[in-house]
Design a protein. Structure first.
Length: 632
């Protein structure tokens, strides 16, 4: 039989390798920035267009390349950084595999200009899909410029796989920040579609962090420093009270290389034990220096995962260093984490005390009444909502609705003392006892609600009972309310006496700018939008001032994977996120009035059966079901 194995031509091999190294425009950004750092540049410019899909360009003032090297650098396994296998364990450069440029040139149009300091003239090369198009001599400044255009022009499948510009841009910002944080002594500038996004002058670590993540970051940072034989640690962690919902600002650098490590992340989380509220994430910027021969970087093509010789020791040292810093800076005692979360009034209506809302609750209205005209399941909730409802049945009346929802928040008491030992089953015993035993009082009981375990609201109905999950129900109510306000553009705002000044990172500001219109439609009033902050002078009526950072943070974290394209799904995402942050939570005590309003509010919704996250909001139990349980 004839042999069938062939060696792949170089351009095919390069394209295959590119699959590993170049996943998206951000991968190109990473490789080019790292090459510029390795070339000892002190000034690096990153220029991108259309989130890197049409152009990624990196211009450095580094060492440049000779004519021969300028040609050679596009060959696979062509590197100036290692010569023998042993060099892998004494690396002082970012790159060493010699495959980035070969891979990039295989799947894009690349134009390179490079000149060494001592040379008069430089080299200008154009290469497209691994094919050299031209090579000229040119008058150039010292350093190298790589322009990578039309990424994946020859692999349509990969090109189609790219995400929206917003998502791809965020990936690029991530890579840029990682390199910029690892090299605070280098001047970085970053332009997107002609606008300057970052301009980071050479500085120390702390200033670099602040320059990237806004001025407010400074006060959040606690320094960490530790030196042992196996590792030197320096950097910063955030004070626990600034912990965030998202894992955005968590950085490990090992020998100036950004790395990901779940194991070391655990060491940090462990150091914060008892200091963070559930699910909160601290920020950290930690620089570890280890002897190069104690790590293996060559275990992953993008070199973001590395293997440590003594991971356990590293874990212990890191944990104790961070713990020590948190303790030393007296962070812990300031916080009272034992405080009952229920005491944090979720709805501060201090400023509105006088303004008792005009609540239009129909006391006689009973959504479960059996004499509802039988128009299918929806009319059970809508058709009989108001005695004066017109003949078309239920009409959505958002203005009144808002007023009645307000009653849920206004005066929400958190008087946990009144809760009895049987898990918060709250009723005025006489009345309840009477209605339990007196058959004639069934009607009375029908309108009564009981909260059990600060989680469910039980409402007897003629056919049995309905059990409502308070958190999910409130999510549904808020969600529909926000959505209506946003689509009808008639949200009302409460004016703030002192405008709120909130700081965000550049990438967060990008998201906020994109969402601004939708947020305005919910009732936010933006007085100013700056590069790193917003000034808010008005809020939706059902958000307390103290809740705004939490709400916006949750929103940004929910939108990390990109803002939906259509305005409908944008509104939907925002409404969901705000409903999630603002809903009364399981564990919150509700007065009878609040319970009643919540139940009424839920059944006035368009889709009362499920929460915005498609979880059931209530269940019903018929008397027969109960009877069955007693017949055993
Ligand atoms: P690696 O970085 O792993 O060596 P690359 O394919 O990224 O592989 O680069 C190949 C070689 O091209 C590098 O080893 C370096 O000698 C040269 N080179 C790449 N970018 C630059 C640059 N910006 N300035 C000077 N030399 C560069
Ligand atoms: Mg490289």
């Amino acid at each position: 039989m004839s042999s069938i194995i062939q060696l792949l031509p170089d351009h095919v091999a390069n394209q295959i390798a590119a699959g590993e190294v170049v996943q998206r425009p951000a991968s190109v950004v990473k490789e080019l920035l790292e090459n510029a750092v390795d070339a000892r540049a002190t000034d690096i410019k990153l220029i991108i267009k259309d989130a890197g899909k049409s152009l990624v360009q990196v211009i450095d003032n580094g060492l440049g390349m000779s004519v021969t090297d300028a040609r050679l650098c596009f060959e696979r396994h062509a590197t100036s950084k290692i010569r023998q296998a042993e060099d892998l364990f004494s690396l002082h450069t970012k790159g060493f595999r010699g495959e980035a440029l070969a891979s990039i040139a295989a799947i894009a149009h690349v134009e390179m200009k490079t000149k060494q300091d001592q040379e008069e003239l430089g080299t200008h090369i154009i290469i497209e899909g691994s094919k050299f198009v031209s090579q000229d001599v040119a008058v150039l400044p010292k350093g190298t410029s790589f322009a990578v255009k039309n990424l994946f022009f020859n692999i349509p499948a990969r090109r189609n796989f790219l995400k929206s510009d917003v998502v791809e841009y965020r990936h690029i910002v991530d890579e840029f920040q990682r390199v910029a944080l690892a090299h605070a002594n280098i001047h970085f500038t970053f332009y997107h579609n002609g606008s300057e996004m970052f301009n980071l002058p050479p500085s120390n670590f702390r200033q670099r962090i602040v320059n990237i993540f806004s001025g407010k970051t400074n006060e959040k940072l606690v320094p960490v420093q530790e030196e042992t034989e196996i590792v030197a640690i320096k950097g910063f962690v955030s004070k626990p009270e600034f912990a965030k919902k998202s894992r955005g600002e968590q950085f490990f650098f090992v020998n100036d290389r950004f790395i990901k490590s779940g194991y070391l992340h655990n060491a940090i989380m462990n150091a914060y034990e008892g200091l963070l509220k559930d699910g909160a994430q601290p920020s950290y910027f930690l620089y570890l220096n280890v002897p190069p021969n104690t790590i293996d970087i060559n275990i992953h093509p993008t070199k973001t995962e590395i293997k440590f010789d003594d991971e356990q020791a590293l874990y212990a040292i890191l944990r104790s260093a961070v713990k020590h810093s948190l303790g030393q800076f007296n962070v812990a005692p300031v916080l009272d984490f034992d405080r009952d979360a229920n005491l944090d009034t979720p709805y501060h209506y201090k400023n509105l005390e006088g303004a008792t809302p005009t609540i239009q609750v129909d006391g006689n209205y009973n959504p479960f009444s059996e004499d509802v005209p039988n128009k299918g399941p929806k009319s059970d909730y809508y058709g009989n909502r108001k005695p004066d409802a017109n003949s078309e049945g239920y009409r959505y009346e958002p203005v009144k609705q808002t007023a009645s929802w307000e009653s849920l928040y206004v005066g929400l008491k958190h008087d946990t003392d009144t809760i009895t030992e049987n898990g918060g089953f709250h009723f005025e015993s006489e009345e309840a006892t009477a209605s339990l035993f007196n058959e004639n009082d069934v009607e009375k009981a029908v309108n009564k609600t009981y909260q059990i375990h600060k989680k469910y609201i039980v409402n007897p109905i003629k056919s049995g009972m309905v059990i409502v999950d308070q958190q999910r129900a409130h999510q549904r109510v808020l969600y529909e309310q926000f959505l209506t306000n946003m689509t009808l553009h008639h949200a009302s705002s409460q004016q703030l006496l002192f405008p709120l000044h909130l700081y965000f990172s550049t990438s967060e500001m990008e998201l906020i700018a994109e969402l601004q219109l939708a947020l305005v439609n919910t009732g936010f009033v933006f007085e100013e939008t700056n590069d790193d902050s917003v000034v808010i002078s008005g809020l939706p009526v059902n958000i307390a001032e103290s809740e705004v950072p939490k709400v916006l943070e949750q929103l940004l974290s929910d939108l990390q994977d990109g803002i939906p394209e259509s305005s409908f799904s944008q509104n939907d995402t925002i409404a969901k996120s705000m409903a999630k942050s603002l809903s009364i939570k399981t564990g919150t005590y509700l007065t009878e009035k609040e319970q009643e309003n919540l139940v009424n509010g839920l059944f006035a919704c368009k889709e009362p059966n499920v929460s915005p996250f498609q979880k059931p909001t209530f269940i019903t139990m018929r008397v027969e079901d109960l009877d069955k349980k007693f017949t055993i």
